[in-house]
Each structure stands twice: as C-alpha cells, then as structure tokens.
Design a protein. Structure first.
Length: 564
C-alpha cells in the first residue's frame, strides 16, 4: 500500500496489540473489524476507524472483517451497503473473504437469547417503551424492577416464541437481559436485547419480525467471528461492561476485547449522521457525494486522494480525549500529496482577452512546459502559443496599487514558459467594462528570460485563445463559516444557521489548456497559480467540468467574524 511510513507514530492501541502479541494473547493473532450500520454514507470519521482497524490488522499480519450491523430494517438499504463497500475499497483496503452481516447470525443470536431465558438471565417485559424509560431511573436515582421481571422461564419462552411468530404488535413486548436495576452504569439496568419490528429486512426479507439490539448483537458477533481487538469510539466505553457480560454468559468461540478511542471531530463541518441526513434530504447540498460534504464519496468526488486521507488519519493519531481537529490538517495532507504527484496545466478561470499586435496573425508555435517541478521524471508537455490569448481578469489593473506586480498599462510582465509582453492599449465596451488588452511581445524573450538581463516582477499564466478548451469550474469551499457549527445548539441555534453562502462558486466560461480535454472523471491536476482540481463525474464529451479540490496554500478567508 502506498502510504507515508514517516507519518507512522505510536499510540495506545498499537501498544496494547504489541503487548498482547508479546504475551501470546489470542494465540498471537490480531483480528479486527469495521462494523458500519448500512443506514447512510460513510464520512471522514469513519475513515479514521477504517484506517485504524484495517491498518492495525495489516501492520500485525492479521485480518480485518467488514461486517454490516444490519439489525434495524427500518433504516437500512442495499444502496448503503454497496456505497460502504466501495468507500472501503477506494481507501485502499480489502476484507478478502471476510465480508459479514449481523443478519448472518440472526439464528445463532436467537439461540443465545433462548439460553439466557433458560438460565433465568433474560425475561419478556410488557412495559411500554415510555414505562421502561421511567423505570430505568437516572444517574442519581436507582431504577425500579419491572413487574414482569419474575416471569417463569416457561412463560418467557412461550412469549418469546410468540413474539417471533408475529403474534404481537410493536411495543407490546420486548426481551430484556436480567442484570441489575440498581447498577451505577445505566446500560446494565436490564437492557432490551430483542424488540418487535414489523418491517422487511434487506437481506432476510420477512423471515424475522423480532430483531436484536446493537448492544446484544455486536459483542456476540465479534465473538462468533473470532475478533480479538474490537476497536470502537469512546461513546461505547460505558457499554463495555454490557459487551463483556453478554460474551461471558453464553458459550462463544472466542473472547474479544473492546478498546475505545476518541472519535474524530473536525472544524467547519458536521459528522453526525442525523445532521448529514438533514443536509441531504432538505436540499442544503446536492446529495451524499456533494464535494462540500465530508463523506468519503464527497471527498472522492472533490478529488481528495485516498493516500492523503490515510496519511491524515495517521498524522492526527489515536487517543482517548476528544478534540476539534483543524480542517487545515486534512487540506495540508491533500495538498502535500498532490504537490508531489499532480500534473500541472494552465487554466484561466475568469478570462480576459489579450491580442499581441506585433505577433504574426498566421503564426503559431509550441512551447515546452514542465509537468511537475517536484518530479522532473514526469517530463514536459507542449503548450500552443498564438497571437490571441486569455489571461485572468485579476491579473490586470488599469490603476494598480503600489504592490501590484502584474499587468497594467505600460507595464511589462512574463507569460509563463513564453515571452515578455507589455500592455499598450485597453479596450472597453459601451458600459466601460474592459473586454480586451492590446499588447506587444519581445520575441527575444522566448522561454521567459531577456537576453539583455532586464527583470520583470510578474509572471502570469495564460492559454491560447485558438487552442483552448471550454470548461465549467466549480470552486468549492468549506460548508460552514463557523469552526464549530453545533456549538450553540444548547441555546437553540440550528447548526444550519452557519452554512457558508460562498461554499460553491460556479464559473461557466473557463479556458483551459487543450491537453485537458482528454481528462476523465477522477483525474487530478494542478491549475498553475489556482489550486488543485479534479474532473467531476458530470463531465461528458460535450461538457468538461472541474471541481477545485484544495487551494495551493491555506487561503481560507478570515470570515469567522460573521459568527460574532
């Protein structure tokens, strides 16, 4: 795998695994798993978990399972299953033959539930969901035992069988583990382990109308599969005693160990699946793969390389304390990788026509441009030059300030890889808008150097008007203008109040080097002086579309003042 070995750093999970191997725990085996619920698309937080789980298994010659936690048929779809598989593969990982679903174990999990009932460690409870919550108690107040807690084994088995047969409506009964209603850990206060859900499942269809809860299915699925190190986020730390309790009560093939790490929180975005669904379903973004979304599919469409995401996940490390990771770190990782690998090209995003009056009308020539100055083995490319060119509108000012070193009336600048030109005349339309510049060139400066040694301070990119290709360019920026858009939720402020109105700037009439016409969706390139870009999936033979992946440097405007 193409990853940055220099970024590898020690962390507590790596240390635990190394210690376990040295003590021959689990027979020296390392088996991890990535267990997504197929009810949405994966995001950058999931990428951290993917890299950790697959990375640890790879580093220690183990294996990592991909297992879908499909225990809630109301929210799960095959579309999400396929998108998750695609995302994991795109990040560079392969589960091989170890693709599993919690639904693979529904029969076995039901057997375990029957064992608990027969052992007197589970019972059918007929309290309503609201009553169960009320009886549960609080952190300061112990819970109350259900009046159905002492049902006989025979009655529980009968009711459970009838629940399975579909005799009851949702909410009439649940199966609960019998643990301790006075436990300081609320998760141990007789948690629900099976509930009635009258919905068709995406894999088992209508075979089941009762489904295991996540807490019941997760640890037991790990044990069935022989997982050794069950890595999950810190929100499950309080669930670990329950995880261990279930595994200890029934005869499972192995004894996995749950280890928690801090989940990823990132500035200028949201990673809550509920909030992401809100953005998608209410039209604030164009879909799960909108390039402004920090979903893996959105980052892929925007042009983020998978290697850069993996390097970022290694760079931020693994700890137990949550913090807000600066978006700049991810952008740095993307920029650092693309700087070394991306081809260069010239693209004029807001074109201004330039006519070189002393260049022959019928003459054309090819100039040599470097493909990547960071890697000269990438060679060079021919760039056509002619009498009529396009430059950026922002590279010309009629009345420039003192430190403006680009083109202005009477001023000379260098055209990259080409010649020195001097602006002689400015052409305007009836509204006073500049439409064209008339310039002259010095034919002795081919390649960008003057034989008499004179210097110019400005170097501009350009394209030949007669050879360029037209394109639509989408300038994406951060989706929110506030670093933590959820910070004021407790005060009733909706996170969507901080959506960045400038997160997308659409440019329709951009002019690009002709060689870019052959680029395909997913191809990446650096537009010189502009940033890194990627061909969008909307591109076709008739329409070339580029997305801005990231700027050449951190040019994020200081717009946090908007939030004050």
């Amino acid at each position: 795998m193409d990853s940055n070995a220099d970024n590898v750093q020690s962390h507590f999970i790596r240390n635990i695994i190394e210690q376990d191997i040295s003590e021959n725990k689990h027979g020296g085996m390392v088996v991890t798993r990535f267990p997504p619920e197929p009810n949405g698309y994966l995001h950058i937080g999931h990428a951290k978990s993917i890299c950790l789980n697959f990375g640890m298994a790879e580093e220690f010659n183990g294996r990592c399972h991909l297992r879908f936690d499909d225990t809630n048929p109301l929210k799960e779809e095959e579309e999400y299953v396929e998108s998750i598989k695609s995302d994991v593969r795109w990040l560079g990982y392969d589960w091989g033959e170890h693709l599993y679903f919690a639904s693979d174990y529904f029969d076995k999990l039901y057997e375990y539930a029957l064992m608990l009932v027969k052992q007197g460690k589970a019972y059918v409870c007929s309290l309503s969901p609201e009553q169960i919550r009320e009886y549960r108690g609080t952190l300061k107040l112990a819970g109350k035992e259900s009046p159905y807690r002492e049902r006989s084994v025979e009655e529980n088995l009968d009711l459970l069988d009838r629940m399975k047969a579909g005799e009851f409506q949702e909410g009439e009964h649940v199966l609960r583990a019998k643990i301790d209603m006075a436990a300081s850990n609320l998760n141990l206060r007789d948690p629900v382990i099976y509930r009635i859900v009258n919905a068709s499942h995406h894999r088992t269809a209508d075979k089941w109308c009762i489904y295991p809860t996540y807490d019941f299915a997760h640890g037991l699925s790990d044990a069935i599969e022989g997982v050794t190190h069950s890595l999950c986020s810190m929100e499950f730390e309080d669930h670990r005693p329950l995880y261990d309790w279930f595994v200890d009560q029934v005869p499972t093939p192995s004894r996995p160990q749950q280890i928690e790490f801090a989940r990823l929180n990132m500035s200028y975005t949201v990673l809550s699946k509920r909030k992401l669904i809100d953005l998608v379903e209410n039209g604030y973004v164009e879909g799960w793969d909108d390039p402004r979304m920090m979903t893996i599919s959105g980052m892929r469409r925007r042009g983020y390389p998978p290697v850069a995401i993996r390097n970022f996940c290694e760079m931020i490390g693994v700890g137990k304390s949550e913090n807000l990771v600066d978006m700049n770190m991810l952008e740095y990782s993307v920029r650092d990788y693309l700087n070394k690998t991306a081809m260069r090209a010239m693209a004029v995003l807001r074109p201004l026509k330039v006519v070189i009056t002393n260049y022959p009308e019928d003459q054309e020539e090819e100039l040599e441009a470097i493909n990547n100055p960071e890697d000269m083995d990438m060679g060079s490319r021919p760039v056509p030059f002619s009498r009529e060119l396009y430059i950026e509108q922002t590279d010309f000012m009629e009345e420039p300030p003192k430190k403006f070193f680009r083109l202005a009336p009477g001023r000379e600048v260098r055209l990259r890889y080409a010649y020195f030109i001097k602006c002689d005349e400015v052409i305007k339309d009836d509204n006073g808008e500049i439409t064209e510049l008339r310039c002259t060139y010095d034919p002795e400066t081919r390649g960008g150097a003057a034989p008499d040694g004179r210097k110019v301070k400005g170097t501009l990119h350009w394209v030949s008007a007669g050879h360029c290709v037209n394109a639509e360019v989408r300038l994406y920026d951060r989706l929110f203008y506030k670093a933590d858009p959820t910070a004021q939720e407790k005060n009733g402020v909706d996170f969507k109040e901080y959506l960045n109105p400038d997160s997308l700037n659409l440019l329709q009439s951009c002019k690009l080097e002709p060689g870019l016409a052959d680029y395909k969706p997913g191809d990446r390139v650096q537009f010189e002086r502009q940033g890194y870009f990627c061909v969008d999936k909307d591109s076709s033979q008739d329409k070339l579309v580029f997305n801005r992946t990231v700027a050449l440097k951190d040019t994020w405007a200081k717009i946090q003042q908007k939030s004050s």
